[in-house]
Design a protein around this ligand. Structure first.
Ligand code: PLP
Length: 373
């Protein structure tokens, strides 16, 4: 029998969309998928070569639970903290799960902005917390600080933040982000600040909240180095908070792949990291400008300032829209995958070639015209 803690956790939406797309492909339809949650680029050769070298020289065993010293030190330097404040995890997801188990008290309240990355809802449910959603649709997809302040109480254990945001691309301004960290501090709540898209931004530079005592920063290299399959994430936090998360990590991720840690440490230390990221972001910027420029003519949205997503109000039930768009040859993610209030929204990911994006935009226009004519 499935344990009760999983009662409200569902995989049906993702499965349903996957099945719809697979069925269409089996029927020979040409589908362009704008559902992808990872860069479409291959992992840079600089990283691959270093990993092969590391494997050949024996980086194929456990590392310390906390991670390779050299990688922790390289990350710590970027944040101006000590390596004791950094723990390497098997991807950002493991870091999020560790932080959730470490800091979400059973029956406490957890504040989650909507729309946002669905996993936070799952973590809160597994931890048997009560979820308070703060809708951000009328505030450019970032939480209104006054509204959040009104929701606070001593029974709030955790606030999740994710900027640049999945699925909207919104970047919170520094003042609001800091105000939220401070409000949380007044109530002794932890902010889990998922900054995994921090390197993928366009004009508005994202802020890190790593300098707050009550903030656990989640990050990793899945997105910034296009290496989702390698599973390298990390947390930056106060040392005693790291120790709490270590209690989970030691039995959960245990350690991230040694050769992958070594390769990332080397590209961080020799400066290649910055070059790789700029290359990728320059490409994403072109796509963002194109897709935003075209689709904003059809649907309401907020200009994405980071990540590689855009959230569109399609004025139609999102499941219907997504299913019907398959007939036009485009797959998108229905908004209900990102919290409540998103029933008429869809997410598109522009982590796809310009050629495919152009075709997809034409197909979306054709569907839009079929509805309005
Ligand atoms: N956080 C956000 C907001 C994400 O969108 C994702 C992946 O899509 C993750 C975390 C997980 O990343 P990782 O592959 O490092 O587990």
């Amino acid at each position: 029998m499935e344990a009760q803690r999983l009662r409200d956790v569902s995989t049906s939406l993702i499965r349903r969309m996957f099945e719809i797309v697979e069925k269409a492909k089996r029927e020979g339809k040409d589908i362009i998928s704008l559902t992808i949650g990872e860069p479409d680029f291959s992992t840079p050769v600089e990283v691959v070569e270093k990993a092969i070298r590391a494997m050949k020289s024996g980086y194929t065993h456990y590392t310390s639970n906390l991670g390779l010293e050299e990688l922790r030190a390289a990350i710590a330097e970027r944040y101006g903290v000590s390596k004791e404040n950094v723990m390497i995890t098997t991807g950002g997801s493991e870091a999020l799960f560790n932080a959730s188990l470490a800091f979400i008290e059973e029956n406490s309240k957890v504040i989650i902005p909507s729309p946002t990355f669905l996993s936070y809802f799952t973590y809160a449910k597994i931890c048997k917390a009560r979820i308070l959603e703060i809708k951000t649709h009328d505030n450019e997809f970032v939480p209104n600080v006054d509204k959040l302040s009104e929701m606070m109480g001593k029974d709030v254990s955790v606030i999740f933040l994710n900027y640049p945001n999945n699925p909207t691309g919104a970047v919170i301004d520094e003042r609001s982000a800091r105000a939220i960290a401070e409000i949380a501090m007044d109530y002794e709540a932890i902010v889990i600040s998922d900054e995994i898209y921090d390197r993928i931004y366009y004009d508005k530079r994202p802020t890190t909240l790593a300098d707050y005592e009550n903030v656990v920063v989640i990050n990793g290299f899945s997105k910034s180095l296009a290496m989702t399959g390698w599973r390298i994430g990390y947390v930056v936090a106060r040392e005693d908070l790291i120790n709490s998360m270590l209690k989970v990590h030691q039995v959960n991720g245990v350690c991230a792949p040694a050769f992958a840690q070594k390769a990332v440490a080397e590209v961080l230390l020799n400066g290649e990291f910055e070059k790789i990221v700029s290359r990728m972001v320059a490409e994403f910027r072109k796509r963002r400008d194109y897709v935003y420029g075209e689709l904003r003519k059809l649907y309401w949205t907020v200009k994405p300032e980071g990540a590689f997503y855009m959230f569109l109000k399609v004025e139609e039930n999102c499941l219907n829209f997504a299913e019907k768009l398959i007939d036009y040859g485009v797959a998108v993610t229905p908004g209900i995958a990102f919290g409540s209030g998103n029933e008429e929204f869809i997410r598109i990911s522009y982590a796809n070639s310009m050629e495919n994006l152009k075709k997809a935009v034409e197909r979306i226009k054709a569907y839009h015209e079929s509805k309005t004519s």
